[in-house]
Design a protein around this ligand. Sequence first.
Ligand code: NAD
Length: 344
Amino acid sequence: MNKINVGIIGVGRMGRIHLDNLVLKFPEVNVVAISDVLESSKSLAEQYNVPNFYTDYRDLISNPDVEAVVICSPTDRHAENILAAVTAGKQVFCEKPMDLSLETVQELEDIIEASGVKFMLGFNRRFDPNFKKIKSLINEGKVGEPHIVKITSRDPAPPPVSYIKSSGGMFVDMTIHDFDMARFMAGSEVKQVFAVGKNLVDPEIGKAGDIDTAVITLTFENGCIATIDNSRQAVYGYDQRVEVFGSAGMAGTTNNTPDNHYYYDKNGQSGPLPLNFFMDRYIDSYYNEMREFIDCLNKNEKPNVGAKDGMVSLAIGIAANISMKENRVVALEEITEKNVSVSS
Ligand SMILES: NC(=O)c1ccc[n+]([C@@H]2O[C@H](COP(=O)([O-])OP(=O)(O)OC[C@H]3O[C@@H](n4cnc5c(N)ncnc54)[C@H](O)[C@@H]3O)[C@@H](O)[C@H]2O)c1
């Protein structure tokens, strides 16, 4: 078998998940290099028998053995990592978001398109078995025309304020997954965005200039309406639910739990809480998205979620920020025409 040689940039939370999957579950892949600015991450290379470790990602890119690069560095490093990898002719998988500037993402999209390399963006939730089932019911016509998409997406606890400060804000860091999911389920493009956001969980998040609670309404070109509700802190765990209501029916999923027992006594009933966070809840989706990427490389096919999806979801996030700040409905074309960046 002709193995694909992969290098991973950044082996924090996400990088470790992909490293573990690629080494243990992809016999057709060799992880040949890891790069992380933390020298201590070298121990991961040793643990997984990865022959090369670099503290400078450029050394990984210039290693001629590396055919494909998996980018899991912090968001503010993605653009330079993508540019270097694509320029060197490597195939690229990158964690979301590509960058916080729409202009940069559009430039990257053009460069990727012109280069002919395969590029996949880590919108892993499309590959979650629950949400894939809803999507296939829609594709089979069982839901009819989608009229309402309802997404609940609440984290169990906020990230550290240091993370919040460099994240670009909740809409482009967290809700960006939900914007992509809404587009995926609606099967259409967003026309208008209206967002309300509050700082209700942790005053430190407010002091850092961000929100932790929001409701967003999206309207789509095909008439579908979506609502997304977000919180950075659901005390009962990671609350991830999607429902699609259409002309012929409704499809939805409940939360994943460690088991599905129920218990009754004279006071009422109880059951298990949702799985705690993304490392548990979306573990299948991380394998499935990497399976899509590696299969695309093997079959010489374009991955079905790429730079354009990153660009559109970022634009929706920017529109949501403006809508919240100016308390008005924002047409998406206002954003895509102006190329505004996330700080607007
Ligand atoms: N798809 C998802 O569900 C999901 C979940 C969490 C995070 N993410 C995204 O993944 C990316 C990484 O997030 P994380 O939570 O793993 O962060 P993290 O902080 O846990 O890991 C980042 C790693 O990159 C390393 N690093 C920093 N600068 C580097 C550089 N210049 N070159 C190489 N390595 C560098 C850090 O030392 C660290 O080990 C972010 O863009 C984030 O938005 C996606």
